[in-house]
Design a protein around this ligand. Structure first.
Ligand SMILES: *Cc1c(COP(=O)(O)O)cnc(C)c1O
Length: 372
């Protein structure tokens, strides 16, 4: 592909000296597990987010599972979430015997439709798990009001939105993942802050929860060989932490590069009745993990994709099947038609290449091909 969805190598080359030196230092030190770079990175990220605690772990899926365990949710407890997301969001709950309850999405922002949450609350509901999809925060202020009213925990899936900022009606600004009880993120290579393998983290402002999260990620142990609860083995490698420390210092530049790429796409693609460019939420910045169009007619999608492909341009469908219609969740007894906005999006979205290395000329070429 001439224009892939992401360009990790191009991004690496620009910071090669810094990253290579950081990795060489870890190798020289050979503290591969829980080395100094891990604690340093946790502190740096906590400071960047304005959050009391950052606990790193093995990946974003583990982060979500550790969060649900730390809140002591029990089998049969219900977790309200969105059907229009990567499977890990609901999987983390289901694998623990919790019941995902899907609430439809807002067709413009693609995020959970907060006005429909309250109707899904039952006596078994224990938590709301919003996803800040494609880089834009879900509407957290009314969501937190509902959570407080019904005594529900809030776990934010911020895997796609690190660095996005939500503004409350009183003017207070919070970074994605720091507004609920626990925030989760992923450092998968293609994420906005990606490492060179797998990685993840949890964020919390609560000292006790932070202790509990640390213990769960470490076999349920605080003191070595003493285990007070069931836990997991989920760690960020020292090498990955060293890479992330370097990349964190570039994250704001990366975000600006993505936002500029999105604005350039918008310039070429808005005012075409065949699609709608991504809608901006009034109270969140957008860090454009994905640049996702909504087609007026989903039947055009295959043609558009093959036209792009023959010009050497990648495109992707995030996500082609909403979670309530996946075979793995058939036991939840949803039917097509239950969550129409999510189903409509699954049939009509199309994501274009989005990364930190896209130039204006490249975007112009992509748009020219798309327009045909
Ligand atoms: C990537 C992602 C995850 C899972 O992260 P991994 O590090 O791949 O386990 C979870 N939720 C969302 C929304 C994601 O995009």
């Amino acid at each position: 592909m001439k224009f892939p969805m992401v360009d990790l190598h191009g991004q690496y080359l620009k910071i090669k000296d810094e990253v290579d030196a950081a990795m060489a230092a870890v190798i020289a030190d050979s503290a591969f597990i829980n080395g100094r770079a891990v604690t340093d990175f946790q502190q740096s990220l906590a400071q960047y987010l304005g959050c009391r605690h950052v606990v790193t772990c093995g990946n974003g899926t583990d982060a979500l599972q550790i969060a649900l365990l730390a809140l002591n949710l029990q089998p049969g407890d219900e977790v309200i979430t969105t059907p229009f997301t990567f499977v890990a969001t609901a999987e983390a709950a289901a694998i623990l015997g919790l019941k995902p309850v899907f609430v439809d999405v807002d067709p413009h922002t693609y995020n959970i439709n907060v006005s429909q949450i309250e109707a899904a609350v039952t006596p078994r509901t224990r938590a709301i798990l919003p996803v800040h999809l494609f880089g834009q925060c879900a509407d957290m202020e009314p969501l937190l009001v509902i959570a407080r009213r019904h005594h529900l925990f809030v776990i934010e899936d911020a895997c796609q939105a690190i660095g996005a900022e939500y503004t409350f009606s009183d003017g207070r600004k919070c970074k994605a993942g720091t507004m609920g009880d626990i925030g989760c993120t992923s450092f998968f290579p293609s994420k906005n802050l990606g490492c060179f393998g797998d990685g993840g983290a949890l964020f919390t402002q609560d000292d006790n929860l932070a202790l509990c999260i640390r213990s769960i990620a470490n076999h349920g142990s605080v003191e070595k060989y003493h285990h007070e609860r069931l836990g997991m083995n989920s760690r960020l490698d020292t090498l990955q932490a060293a890479v992330l420390q370097v990349k964190l210092s570039h994250l704001d530049e990366y975000t600006v590069a993505r936002q500029q790429a999105a604005m350039t796409y918008n310039r070429f693609l808005s005012d075409d009745e065949r699609w709608q460019v991504p809608a901006l939420s009034p109270n969140s910045t957008h860090v454009f993990h994905q640049y996702t169009l909504r087609l007026a007619d989903g039947r055009l999608r295959a043609d558009l994709q093959s036209r792009l492909k023959s010009a050497g341009i990648a495109s992707a469908i995030y996500y082609p099947v909403p979670l309530h219609l996946q075979a793995a969740y058939a036991n939840l007894d949803y039917r097509r038609g239950d969550l129409p906005a999510a189903e409509q999006l699954a049939d009509t979205v199309l994501s274009l290449p989005m990364h930190t290395e896209l130039s204006e000329t490249q975007i112009a070429e992509i748009c020219l091909s798309l327009k045909g």
